[in-house]
Design a protein around this ligand. Structure first.
Ligand code: PLP
Length: 457
């Protein structure tokens, strides 16, 4: 490599911010499987999807061929408030680990919502506004997505109805209040406000809710009110498309200093940050131009890639959504109470599932206490207090850097630092008190989840 000194933080100029999103599906030989109508099992048409989602987002969802899609100027203006985000050389972490590896992280936590989710929230709110809608509905688990969406909706003056998993609504009042501050209405789910919510409550009185239930309620709320559509913060193709801004910036920053990564690492919940981060690199790989090791990191308590099935499944508990083919643990699978709320979804993006099935990326699962150990190590030398979700990627980046220490290899590692963990202090408290446990589901528990998979031939 040349001798240009690499700064701690590589910032792009505003003018170097991507003007287009990159659609990795255009370069995939095996396209992700289509969403299916749960009644007829035929691929969902644009018209059917248009009852639930905004028209322009439906077009993006179904578009497997357009390689680059323009980012509207209004969205770019919003991005400019917190982008380009820095690509940081983790010099202090490298020194602490005494590794010859070079470690970089792309930091997406530098906005009030505290995560990368704002990149897609603002795009989805923009298209809803452009369509002349009154508002949007969504679900949120720990609250990162709901927070991002409430910020985006207030910017475009749209109504925002958030169904928040009841246990989080009660135990995480801070994010709830951030959402309300940005003007969103927040309803604990399951609730009496929807038919599916009432049904779930009748069947499971006193339930503390789940993401799958909240999705069903949000979809019903959108489809039963005039001028509303439903929006989702991960999993869907359109969300990966919007998040490609992370990868495009990362690649531009690396190219600027003639750096070629060997390993790219990201945490994977529904797959949006990872899909976005890797997209331009995966594109090169798919076109046979370059090769990279790409690693998805998931919690051992919710191991969709490493122990799941690649099959069509329901996306929600109430079974009102289309079926998606993905690596899944089954829509009835309820992960144990791990502290990375953003990584608790039972399924995985169809795009990433196909890439994984084609052997183009790897996946590992890691246990919670070792994740917090890595988080603490990172916070102490790099200054940023990472989100528990992001810390999954930190864990594996550190593991790979330590392998380099053994072998003496000077590999270049890039990982996605998706957000900050200031609202996760209860989890840090558990860790600091030595009260954190690791739960790994048994094969029998997973089998129970698989038994609920729909029969689709
Ligand atoms: C939601 C979230 C994730 C996981 O979602 P993906 O769609 O898999 O990216 C990761 N990190 C943070 C900070 C999150 O809020």
């Amino acid at each position: 490599m040349n001798e240009k000194t690499i700064p701690y933080k590589i910032y792009l100029e505003e003018s170097e911010m991507p003007k287009q999103w990159y659609n990795v599906r255009a370069d995939m030989k095996n396209k992700p499987a289509p969403l299916l109508n749960p009644g007829t099992l035929a691929p969902m048409t644009a018209e059917e999807l248009g009852h639930v989602f905004c028209d322009e987002l439906v077009a993006q969802e179904l578009d497997d061929t357009t390689r680059f899609i323009d980012i509207p100027a209004e969205i770019r203006d919003f991005y400019k408030m917190y982008r380009p985000s820095p690509l940081v050389r983790a010099y202090c972490l490298e020194k602490k680990l005494q590794t010859p590896a070079k470690i970089y992280y792309k930091f997406e936590g530098n906005n009030t919502s505290g995560s990368h989710k704002l990149n897609s929230a603002i795009a989805q709110a923009y298209y809803a506004k452009k369509q002349g809608l009154k508002g949007v509905t969504t679900e949120t688990g720990a609250g990162q997505w709901g927070t991002a969406l409430s910020m985006a909706c207030s910017y475009f003056d749209l109504d925002c109805k958030v169904y928040m998993v009841k246990v989080s609504y009660e135990q995480k009042p801070f994010r709830r209040e951030v959402m309300r501050t940005y003007g969103a209405s927040v309803t604990p789910s399951p609730s009496e406000t929807t038919e599916v919510g009432r049904k779930i409550l009748a069947e499971h009185p006193g339930t503390s809710g789940s993401l799958g239930c909240a999705i069903s309620e949000a979809v019903e709320a959108a489809t039963s009110a005039e001028g509303y559509r439903y929006v989702l913060g991960s999993v869907l193709n359109q969300v990966l498309l919007h998040q490609s801004v992370i990868g495009m910036e990362t690649k531009a920053a690396l190219d600027k200093y003639e750096i070629t990564p060997d390993i790219i690492i990201g945490c994977a919940g529904g797959g949006s940050n990872l899909g976005g981060l890797i997209s331009p690199f995966m594109g090169e790989k798919l076109r046979g131009e370059k090769d990279y090791r790409i690693i998805a990191v998931e919690p051992a308590s919710c191991p969709s890639f490493t122990r799941g099935r690649y099959a069509y499944d329901f996306c929600d508990t109430g079974k009102v959504c289309p079926l998606a083919k993905m690596y899944t643990l089954g829509s009835g699978f309820i992960p144990s109470a791990n502290h990375a709320g953003g990584l608790r979804y039972h399924g995985m993006s169809s795009t990433l599932s196909q890439l994984y099935d084609d052997g183009l990326m790897e996946a590992v699962s890691v246990e919670q206490t070792s994740v917090f150990e890595a988080a603490e190590q990172f916070a102490r030398v790099e200054g940023i207090l990472p989100a528990p979700e992001s810390s999954h990627a930190i864990r594996v980046a550190i593991d790979e850097a330590l392998k380099c220490k053994e072998t003496g290899e000077e590999k270049t590692i890039v990982f996605g630092l998706t957000g900050t963990g200031y609202f996760d202090m209860v989890a840090y408290e558990k860790y600091n008190n030595g009260e954190m446990s690791d739960y790994i589901p048994t094969d029998e528990e997973l089998a129970a989840g698989f038994a609920g998979l729909p029969k689709v031939e």
